[in-house]
Every structure is written in structure tokens, then in C-alpha cells.
Design a protein around this ligand. Sequence first.
Ligand SMILES: Cc1ncc(COP(=O)(O)O)c(C=O)c1O
Ligand SMILES: [Zn+2]
Length: 392
Amino acid sequence: MFLIHLTCTSCGLRHEWKHLQNLCTACQKPLAATYDLEKIRCALTAERLTVRREKSLWRFREVLPLPANTEPVSLDEGGTPLLRARRFGKKHGIENLWIKDESQNPTQSFKARGMSVAVSMAKYLGATKLAVPSAGNAGGALAAYAARAGLEAHIFMPRDTPRANIVECRELGAHVTLIDGLITDCGPEIARRKVTEGWFEMSTLKEPYRLEGKKTLGYELAEQLDWQLPDAILYPTGGGTGLIGMWKAFDEMEALGWIGRKRPRMFSVQASGCAPIVRAFQNGETSAPEFPNAQTVASGLRVPKAIGDFLMLDILRKSKGGAVAVEDEEMIRTMCEVGSTEGLFAAPEGAACFVALRSLLSSHQIRGDERVVIFNTGSGIKYLDCYDKGTS
Ligand SMILES: Cc1ncc(COP(=O)(O)O)c(C=O)c1O
Ligand SMILES: [Zn+2]
């Protein structure tokens, strides 16, 4: 294993990886894994990835935590297809449009990536009871990986989380608590009880290894595009872990000599009813104040305050990208457009990126001759409630 320590993303303080950790002990900001990239550079080349490797994200084992002799907790996550979106692209005047289809992961969302790595490490480091606040899909993923690891899962979700997520967590054997409020009200409930209950908190970016799982989105994308990153990436942003993770992957791959200095312009897509990052980006702020009265059918985007806000805003600016807010009605309508042109029943979060693409094309922030990747982070099948509410 090439993990050497954890580094605070804000103050740079180093922390040991060998025991269970949440935030930086000095400044309470997220910790991120640091590897001996020089050693990895010798041990693994981009070409060697093609030789007898599994398809799952564990094919990137050298740039992931977990000692080599320990078996990961896996359901064969990652290795998702990068699909050309010819018909939708043609309709909107963009030829080189791609969809990274994360709905094909176990538990039907990209949350499986983070949880496979985080649960593997939590188990290795001795945790027995895992707790998470969830907007929906993260809960389902934790429930699945905890079950597979033989650990307890305690999941706190807003009462109005899509029913499929709640049923899924229960059927996977998790302890589910429904909270009257938002995801930001679930966290404090865990914080209040975790010491007496003996829970390890798995909240995104408050635990260092979900980020490592999500960063494999960046490694896979580069590999699938033959080590040429796209011009722009559209990412539906709640906590922002995938966005931050991909950026980390790009830096690591450059240090490994796998890619050059070019970076995609990163666009964060949020719902108009909960757009703290869009607002902060437009206001030139370096952190995002809590968004009041957060509301959207895209439950994964209903994150009014994210602990990694300062990291996301920095990436959006450094990459010369941006942030776009999208109306719920447009998302729902566009789920049908994506479905009927590309054959994918996208999650509203994924559909939001297609709406954002249309507006970025019309404002010339993205050109029709550029190569663009959209992340469909989940499956529409988990959101049937959107249709029952008559929003379609
Ligand atoms: C389908 C879906 N897309 C996007 C997100 C937001 O992900 P992130 O927290 O990485 O920003 C979530 C989070 O719950 C989600 O479930
Ligand atoms: Zn710190």
C-alpha cells in the first residue's frame, strides 16, 4: 500500500492513517489521503493497467487506501460505461457529448464508489457500527456495504427522502431513523449520539476515504478517454465529493505522468431551490453560506451547507468553469428527453446537467465543438415519487 498519511485540506496538518479519523484535529476541516506518488510512479504505469486487472474501481488499487493483503468490501462498483450521447448532442448542437453512466453501479448510484472504499477502511481500522446522514443514495450504499462487511449501519434521512431509498436501506438490514428536517438536521443527531452508541461517522468529507472512492471517477474517465481529459465536465453537486475527488485524481495522475497539465473546466450544477455553491460562486465568495428553505425533487442536491464548499469554489475558479442552477420542472422534463433520446432513465440530478448544458451552450460558456462529459450519478427508478407529485 502506498498511503502515507492524511493531510488537512485547509491547514495542511498531517494525521496518521492508522486509526479511525474524521476531521482535522486542529481546524475541523476535511482530511484527504496522501500517497507516495514517486513509488507508485515506479510500481504502476498507465499501460500496466490494461494487464489482467479487474473492471471494478479496485483496478486502481495502488492509488487507493487498504493494505495489500486485505480484501476490499466490494460489490463490483465502478467500471461504469462512458456513453456517447449522439442524439441528445445532435439536437442541441454539440457533437462530442458523453455520459458517464453511474446508475449502473451497485445500489444504482455513484455513492457505491465512496462507500466501498470507506467501509473497507472503517472495517480494517476496527469500526463495528457506522452512521451516516443521507439525502437518499448514500444511505442505500452504506446499507449495502455495511451488510457485506458484517457491520451495523445507522442511517439518518429526512422524512421526505424518496421512498425507494428508505425501503432499500431497511431491506438491506440498516437501522433507519427519519428526521423532520433536512440532511443538515441529520448530522447533529448523529453527533449527539455517536459517542454513547459507539458509532463511527461516515458523513461525506467528514470521513477521509469516501473521497478516495469517488476520485476513481476521474481515473476511469481519463482511462476511457485514452488519457486525454475532456474540455468540460458537468457535475450535479450536493456535498461535492465527486467534484473534489476528480480534481484530486487529476493532480495525482499528472504527478504519475499519466496526463499533462490540461484540466477540464468544471461546472457545478445545482437546483434553483438549493443552490448555495452557485450563489457563492456568483457572489465571489470563498465559502458558501447555508441556503435557506432548501427544496428540490433532486434529493441528492438538497444539501444547503457543505463542509467542502471552500474546496469546490476553489476548483470551479481554478478550472475556469462555473456554476449553474436549474429549475425542478426543467429537470423532470429533461429526464424524459434524455430517456427518449439516449435510452437512459436518468436521476433528476443527472438530468439537471443536461439542462445546464443547454444553458451553457446558449450563453457560449461551452462551444458546440468541445468534448463534454456529463455525470448521470444515479437512476430515475429511485425517484418515482417525483411523478406521483404531479411534477411531470
Ligand atoms: C444521484 C445523486 N447525484 C448527486 C449527488 C451529490 O453528490 P455529491 O455529494 O458528491 O455532490 C447525490 C448525493 O446524494 C446523489 O444521490
Ligand atoms: Zn486543519
